[in-house]
Design a protein around this ligand. Structure first.
Ligand code: XMP
Length: 586
C-alpha cells in the first residue's frame, strides 16, 4: 500500500483484481491517487477529496470479508463504491445484499433511469462490464436508483445529499467504454479534486530508482525473450552499465519453436552482447515436472527450478562476485494475480512470486523496475528505450511456458451430454467474481459467442465454453484419458502453436489480437489422444479480455493443418471472456 501525504483520492483495496487499475485511471485524469487498506480508519482520510472502494472477491456476509470503517460514510467526503464496494455501502447504510443466483460476468447493457452527476454525459443505454454474483436487492435509505441492467436492478445508486455513490459494474476496465467519463464525473465534478498530478515516470526517474535500490551491488537476470524481462533488463543495463548486469536465458524445454534463436538474435541487436548466456536445462525441468498434473503444482515446481538453477549458475560460473541482486521483469498484474496485494485472492502463482523468490524479496535482494506498470505502459517505456518493435509487439507468453498450456488429468472419464452440449471433464483455471475457479469445459452443440455468454452466466458447473471447429472423429466419440506432461505431448503442442503462429502472422490476424494461446487438452481417441484449443483474445492490459471470433477462412486453414498433426483429434475455439475464463488455460 502506498500512502501519500498529498493524494486527492484514496482507493480502498477490498481485494479486487482491479484496485490498482482504478488508481491508475484516476491518475490518467491528472489527479493523484493512492491505494490504501480497506479498513484504514476514517481519520486518516482528513483532507482527501474523495474515496473509492474497490471490488473484491468476498461477500459482505463472509466472516473475514474485507471491511471498511463505516465512519468514512459520514465524514462528509464523497465516496464511490465499485462492485463489492457498492455492496459494502449498501450493507452499512441499511440496504440489503443478497447472493445472486446466476451471477453476471462479462458485457451487459446499462439503462439509465434518472439523471445523476455520476452518469452525466454518458448515453442512456451503454455497455458496461460486470463481474459479480452477490447483488443489492433493497436500496439503503436516502439513495436513488440511477441505473439498471437486465439482471441487476441496482447497477448504479446515488445519495447526492451525502455524496455517496455506488456502481455494480466496473468503470475502470476498457470494456466499459464510458467508464473513464464516469470516474471523471466522480473525481473532477463530485469530489472537485485538483488536477495537479505529474506523471514522473520518465526513464531517468526509473534509472535513478534502480541505482538507488541496487546500491553498489550487481544485477543478475533471467530473461525470457518476452517484453517485460527485456525492457527491465535494458533499463538495468542503462542504469548500471554492461559490466554490472548479467543475464541468462534458460531453455527449459517448455519454450516455443525457434525461441532460443530468436532470443540470441534479439539480444545481439540490443547491443547487449557478452552480457547474456544461454543455458540448456530441458532435462532438469521435464524431469522435475514428471507426475505433476495440478497447474499450481507445475507453477511451483518451475519457479523453484529457476531458483535452484540460478543458485547453481551463480556458484559454478562465478557470474557475479560478492553482492548481487536478482532482477525481474515483474509487472503489476503479476503481483495481483499471485495474491500479492493485501487481500486479493490467489488466482495463480506467477513463477516470479514462488517461495524462493519471496525469500529474496524479503531480504531486499530483488529489483523489479516495472512492478508498478501495466503491459501497455511497459511497451511505451520499451519504445522510448529503442527496443525493436519485433520484440515489443510480441504477444505475452507466460514464464512457465508450454507446461501450463499442456493440460493433464489423472483419471480418464467420458463426456456428459446435456441440452447445451458436452461437458468435458478436464478442469481449467478461471476467475469468477475476483476468485479462482477450477472447473470443466463445455463444448457447445450449436451457437456462437452470444450463446456462449448466455450459457456461462447461467451455469455454475463450467467456467469455459468452446465451439468445435472440426475433428478427425465425431465429438461423441471423444473421451478424456489420463495424461501427463510428456515430451511427446509437449512436442505436439509446440507444433500446433507454431502452425497457429505462422498462419496468424501470414494473415495479419496476429496484429488484431492481444494474445493467441494454443492449448492441448487430453480429449481424443485411442489413436489421437489430444485436442487443440485456440484462444485468441482482445485485451488492453490482460486484466480483462474478450474472446475473439476467427475469420472463417483462417478458422478453416488452422483446423485443416492442426488436424493433420499426429495425435490431434479435434480443434476447439474458446468463446469465453475473462472473466469468467482467464486468458491462459491451465
Ligand atoms: P490470465 O491467464 O491470468 O493471464 O488471464 C493474464 C496475462 O498474464 C500472462 N501470464 C503470465 N505471464 N508469467 C508471466 O510472465 C506467468 O506465470 C503468467 N501467467 C499468465 C498471460 O499470458 C496473460 O497475458
Amino acid at each position: 500500500m502506498s500512502a501519500s501525504a498529498t493524494a486527492a483520492i484514496s482507493v480502498l483495496d477490498a481485494g479486487g483484481q482491479y484496485c490498482h487499475l482504478i488508481a491508475r485511471k484516476i491518475r490518467e485524469l491528472g489527479v493523484e491517487a493512492e491505494v490504501r487498506a480497506s479498513d484504514t480508519p476514517a481519520n486518516e482520510f482528513a483532507g482527501r477529496h474523495g474515496i473509492v472502494i474497490s471490488g473484491g472477491p468476498a461477500s459482505v456476509y463472509d466472516a473475514d470479508s474485507p471491511s471498511i470503517d463505516p465512519a468514512i460514510l459520514s465524514a462528509g467526503i464523497p465516496v464511490l463504491g465499485i462492485c463489492y464496494g457498492l455492496q459494502l455501502i449498501a450493507h452499512h447504510c441499511g440496504g440489503t445484499v443478497q447472493k445472486g443466483e446466476r451471477g453476471e460476468f462479462g458485457l451487459a447493457e446499462l439503462r439509465t433511469l434518472e439523471d445523476s452527476a455520476l452518469l452525466a454525459g454518458t448515453p442512456p443505454g451503454q455497455q458496461v462490464w460486470m463481474s459479480h454474483r452477490d447483488l443489492v436487492t433493497a436500496m439503503p435509505e436516502g439513495f436513488r436508483r440511477v441505473a439498471e441492467t437486465a439482471s441487476c436492478p441496482y447497477s448504479a445508486i446515488a445519495d447526492p445529499a451525502r455524496r455517496l455513490y455506488g456502481v455494480q459494474f466496473h468503470p475502470e476496465v476498457v470494456h466499459t467504454p464510458h467508464g473513464q467519463r464516469i470516474l471523471s464525473n466522480f473525481v473532477l465534478d463530485i469530489c472537485r479534486a485538483p488536477r495537479d498530478w505529474d506523471p514522473v515516470h520518465s526513464i531517468e526517474a526509473l534509472e535513478e530508482q534502480i541505482r538507488r535500490s541496487v546500491g553498489d551491488r550487481n544485477v543478475f537476470f533471467f530473461v525470457s525473450g518476452g517484453v517485460d524481462s527485456t525492457v527491465a533488463y535494458t533499463l538495468c543495463l542503462r542504469a548500471l552499465g554492461a559490466e554490472r548486469v548479467r543475464g541468462v536465458y534458460v531453455d527449459t524445454g517448455l519454450m516455443r519453436e525457434g525461441e532460443t534463436d530468436f532470443v540470441r538474435h534479439t539480444f545481439d541487436s540490443l547491443h547487449a552482447e557478452g552480457t547474456l548466456a544461454i543455458e540448456m536445462a530441458c532435462e532438469e525441468f521435464l524431469g522435475a515436472l514428471q507426475g505433476a498434473s495440478d497447474p499450481e503444482q507445475k507453477r511451483h515446481i518451475i519457479g523453484e527450478q529457476f531458483v535452484a538453477l540460478q543458485e547453481r549458475i551463480i556458484e559454478t560460473r562465478h557470474l557475479l562476485d560478492g553482492h548481487w541482486v536478482l532482477g525481474q521483469g515483474t509487472i503489476y498484474p503479476d503481483t495481483i494475480e499471485s495474491g500479492g496485494t493485501a487481500k486479493a485472492a490467489t488466482i495463480k502463482t506467477h513463477h516470479n512470486r514462488v517461495a524462493g523468490i519471496q525469500k529474496l524479496l524479503e531480504e531486499g535482494r530483488v529489483v523489479e523496475p516495472l512492478a508498478q506498470f501495466y503491459k501497455d505502459e511497459v511497451r511505451a517505456i520499451g519504445r522510448q528505450l529503442n527496443v525493436p518493435d519485433t520484440l515489443l509487439e510480441r504477444h505475452p507468453f507466460p514464464g512457465p511456458g508450454l507446461a501450463i498450456r499442456c493440460l493433464c488429468v489423472e483419471s480418464g472419464a467420458s463426456m456428459v451430454r446435456d441440452a447445451d452440449g458436452w461437458v468435458v471433464p478436464v478442469n481449467s483455471v478461471g476467475v469468477q467474481g475476483d476468485s479462482r475457479s477450477y472447473k470443466p469445459v463445455l463444448i457447445l452443440t450449436a451457437g456462437g459467442p452470444r450463446e456462449a455468454t448466455e450459457v456461462i452466466n447461467r451455469r455454475h458447473d463450467v467456467n469455459r465454453v468452446t465451439a468445435c471447429l472440426g475433428g478427425n472423429a465425431p465429438v461423441d466419440a471423444l473421451s478424456v484419458r489420463p495424461s501427463g506432461l510428456t515430451a511427446a505431448r509437449l512436442a505436439t503442442l509446440r507444433r500446433a502453436d507454431a502452425i497457429v503462429r505462422r498462419l496468424s502472422h501470414q494473415s495479419g490476424f496476429e496484429t488484431r489480437v492481444w494474445q493467441f494461446p494454443v492449448i492441448l487438452i487430453p480429449l481424443g481417441t485411442a489413436d489421437a489422444p489430444d485436442s487443440v484449443v485456440l484462444r485468441p483474445v482482445h485485451s488492453v492490459d490482460g486484466m480483462t479480455a474478450e474472446a475473439v471470433v476467427l475469420p472463417d477462412s483462417l478458422r478453416a486453414a488452422m483446423a485443416a493443418e492442426l488436424l493433420a498433426v499426429r495425435g490431434v483429434a479435434a480443434v476447439l475455439l474458446d468463446l469465453t471472456h475473462k472473466p469468467p475464463g482467464t486468458i491462459e488455460w491451465e
